[in-house]
Design a protein around this ligand. Sequence first.
Ligand SMILES: [Zn+2]
Length: 233
Amino acid sequence: MTDELFRKDSYLRECDAAVVAVEGQSVALDQTVFYPLGGGQPGDSGSLTWGSRSTRIVDTRYGDSGEILHFLEDDSPLPPLGEIVHLELDWDRRYRHMRMHTAMHLLGAVLKYGVTGGNISADKSRLDFDMEDSVDKEAVGAALQALVEEDHPVSCRWISDAELDANPELVRTMSVQPPRGKGEVRLLEIEGVDLQPCGGTHLKSTAEVGKVRIGKVEKKGRRNRRVNIHLDD
Ligand SMILES: [Zn+2]
């Protein structure tokens, strides 16, 4: 298994790591700062360097055994097993993912409907809501921006299934029910705004989201409204 450094500190941009497996054009390492595709958030890209060699990491995904695979560009050289390599994120892209991801939690707090899907990218993100009502773009946009500017602290913590069972009121306050059976769950809390299980990478406070704008609202069926958001900067 890969030690997932981004879970403890989403602001880490680089690290050294040892190569533990090479499969095709992908490399597994003993630890990484690269987030793998999941929860609607894209896998990270960046660079991998060893000795005098450097190559691009074009995507990051979980492998079949739960290890994190770093996909190198086609025809690039591969580091040998056991080699110590240096990893560095495309930070501008990842930071936009963090701003978008945190903004999505805020959007879910403004529109208190069930969320049926979502997708994050550096340019545009969307959440699908189980709702029949129309969306007042101006009001939702203003409420979203207000939550950003109130600068709520954002934090993560792990909680065991036993603690969840002992605190049923905690589960009731969550906007999304936690998955059970893995022993523990990672909770994301935006103080006073949102509490829910989430494994993505977030900002440390909502003000870092910056200027956010509601884009197109699409009607994707009688009970589905797709709300797009953009970052303006
Ligand atoms: Zn999240």
